[in-house]
Design a protein around this ligand. Structure first.
Ligand code: GTP
Ligand code: MG
Length: 344
């Protein structure tokens, strides 16, 4: 009751808070990328705690809110919410319009990671691109974890050998990361296994909230590092297990959307590749859920730059299908999982 009364009272205050009142410093792009909600004028420890508890962890997530919604969800006065939103709008890197030339310049920075499977690289127009989110989906045992292990190893290769000479962050949600497998694959490429393992930074995610928090940790840790790849294996497992039933769907998709945006942001800032795995619907007899369709719905479909559908074929071989790419034809290739790693 009290909060209702307060809200009507503050309506006048809201109108009084004009945009000019909010003074924000002029910052470079790098400085903007490093801003946190604590940098917002007027946000002290108590307010930042409220914001974080309500799930607002970066400026952009605040900038897009309406004062009423932010006040409601973070339990703030509406005038305060309005002020915070105005600051966030000015300070967040909302992105703007770029000329075609500037975009071309950004595209020129794109690098391509080779997979040791020539036909797969060809399918992807030369390899796995930076500034992109690549989703690998398929049934259990189809080889998703094998692909991400192989690309983690390859990412440490020098540029002239099709690698990124870069560091890897690996979020492991199913406890299936195996250093032993990395070592096998490293030996398969005549690399020093210990040197490769040093560059792969692995964290186990215990639930979806933890998984999302780990992305913040990557942002924090990655400063000063040459991060070239972020792996999430599996992207959707926890979300799928925790948000069960139709009633939870909207909430799940909203969280997943935020998670994907956070991942994509790291990829853009670092000119890095985001590689995620995803399962397919498992119940062929269910009313909805085509067993050859990836979970995650439209949110993931839109977020993925490339989607690869993996399935088992005869003799331990795997068929990889490129689905929905912005600029490449659909197609298929065949690869093999060997002791040394993936091969044609
Ligand atoms: P889920 O995570 O359960 O959904 O499966 P996934 O798609 O991640 O499958 P994963 O990548 O774990 O593939 C496992 C399969 O890879 C095994 O069934 C083996 O066929 C193959 N594999 C794994 N390690 C080796 C190896 O050292 N040598 C060979 N030849 N095959 C391997
Ligand atoms: Mg797996």
């Amino acid at each position: 009751m009290a909060s209702k009364a307060k809200k009507t009272n503050t309506n006048d205050d809201v109108l009084e808070v004009t945009e000019e009142e909010v003074e924000v410093p002029v910052l470079t792009e790098e400085e903007i990328a490093e801003l946190t909600i604590e940098d917002l004028p007027g946000v002290g420890p108590a307010t930042s705690e409220k914001l974080r508890e309500a799930g607002y962890e970066d400026l952009l997530s605040i900038a897009v809110m309406t004062p009423a919604d932010l006040a409601d969800s973070a339990e703030l006065g509406e005038a305060v919410a309005n002020k915070i939103i105005n600051s966030a709008k000015k300070m967040a890197n909302i992105g703007g319009f770029l000329s075609g030339g500037a975009l071309l310049e950004r595209r020129r920075e794109v690098m391509k990671l080779q997979s040791q499977v020539e036909s797969l690289d060809a399918l992807l127009g030369g390899g796995f691109e930076t500034q992109a989110l690549v989703e690998v989906y398929g049934a259990f045992g189809s080889g998703k974890t094998q692909i991400v292990h192989q690309l983690a190893v390859n990412c440490t290769l020098p540029l002239e050998e099709g690698g990124f000479d870069g560091d890897i962050f690996y979020i492991d949600t199913e406890d299936t990361f195996r250093p032993e497998r990395i070592m096998q694959m490293a030996r398969g490429l005549d690399l020093d296994p210990d040197e490769v393992l040093k560059r792969i930074h692995v964290a186990r995610a215990y639930n979806s909230a933890h998984q999302m928090l780990l992305v913040d940790e990557i942002k924090r840790m990655s400063r000063g590092m040459n991060v070239k790849m972020i792996i999430v294996d599996s992207l959707t497992g926890h979300f799928r297990a925790e948000f069960v039933g139709r009633g939870m769907l909207a909430n799940r998709q909203q969280k997943l959307n935020r998670h994907l945006k956070d991942l994509k942001q790291i990829a853009d800032v670092n000119n890095a590749l985001v590689l995620v795995t995803n399962q397919v619907h498992s119940k062929p007899d269910a009313m909805w859920g085509d067993p050859t369709k990836p979970v995650g719905g439209h949110i993931l479909a839109h977020a993925s730059t490339f989607r690869l559908y993996l399935r088992k074929a005869k003799g331990g071989r795997r068929i990889v299908r490129l689905v929905d790419s912005p600029n490449l034809p659909e197609g298929e290739c065949v690869m093999e999982v060997t002791e040394d790693g993936l091969r044609d």
